[in-house]
Design a protein around this ligand. Structure first.
Ligand SMILES: [Fe+2]
Ligand SMILES: [Fe+2]
Length: 191
C-alpha cells in the first residue's frame, strides 16, 4: 500500500493536529526500529495508523465497538477512549486489509500496554510518547532513555502514564499495571 493511500485514509479519520502527531510517531518509530533492529516499514505503518480511531466521541466509539465486536471491560466503560487502540487495529484490518499481526498488535496495545510486550509494541508505545510534538514533564527523560535502553524507557513511560491517569481520576487498566509490573520485575532481577 502506497504512503499516500495511508495518509488519505488517515485524513478521512482524524483531524490535522492528530495527523501531525501520527506522522511524528511514524518517523520516531522508524528511528527506534533502526536503533533496535526492528522492521522499519512495519514501524512506519503502525506509527502512522496507531491513532486512527482516536478523537471520536463516546457514542461513536460505543457504536464502532459493537460493529467490530470489541468487548468493553469496566475500566474501558468508564474511560471509553481506552478502546481506540483495539478499535484502530480492527478498523485497519477490515478497511485497509492490513493483516500483519505485528503491526496490528503494536496498534492494539499502544493505549494500555500489556504484559510481555513485543519489540514493535514497545517501539510504538514509546514513539507515541516522545515524538517531537510531545511536551510534558518527564518527556526528556524518556527521550534520552529511549535510544539507550528501551525497557528502561518503557518503565519510565508507564510510570508517567499511570501517574497521569491517576491524576485525572480514572481507574488504571489491568493491562497497564501488568505492563508496569513486568518492567519493575525485570529491573529487580537485574540488580
Ligand atoms: Fe493513542
Ligand atoms: Fe498517539
Amino acid at each position: 500500500m502506497q504512503d499516500q493511500e495511508l495518509l488519505d485514509y488517515l485524513k478521512q479519520n482524524i483531524d490535522g493536529r492528530r495527523l501531525c502527531h501520527s506522522i511524528g510517531t511514524a518517523h520516531e518509530a522508524v528511528r527506534l526500529a533502526q536503533r533496535y533492529g526492528a522492521d522499519r516499514d512495519k514501524a512506519y505503518i503502525a506509527g502512522l495508523l496507531h491513532d486512527v480511531a482516536k478523537g471520536k466521541c463516546g457514542c461513536e466509539l460505543q457504536q464502532l465497538a459493537s460493529e467490530y465486536d470489541i468487548s468493553i471491560d469496566d475500566v474501558e466503560a468508564d474511560n471509553i477512549e481506552l478502546i481506540h487502540g483495539r478499535l484502530g487495529a480492527a478498523m485497519i484490518k477490515k478497511q485497509l486489509g492490513i493483516d500483519d499481526e505485528e503491526i496490528l498488535s503494536a496498534i492494539r496495545w499502544h493505549t494500555t500496554g500489556r504484559r510481555g510486550m513485543t519489540l514493535l509494541e514497545k517501539i510504538i508505545y514509546i514513539a507515541d510518547l516522545i515524538e517531537p510534538s510531545r511536551d510534558f514533564i518527564g518527556v526528556d527523560d524518556i527521550r534520552s532513555m529511549a535510544y539507550e535502553d528501551i525497557d528502561l524507557a518503557m518503565r519510565k513511560a508507564l510510570q508517567e502514564v499511570i501517574g497521569f491517569v491517576k491524576k485525572r481520576g480514572f481507574a488504571l487498566h489491568p493491562n497497564s499495571i501488568e505492563a508496569y509490573n513486568d518492567y519493575t520485575k525485570e529491573e529487580k532481577e537485574s540488580i
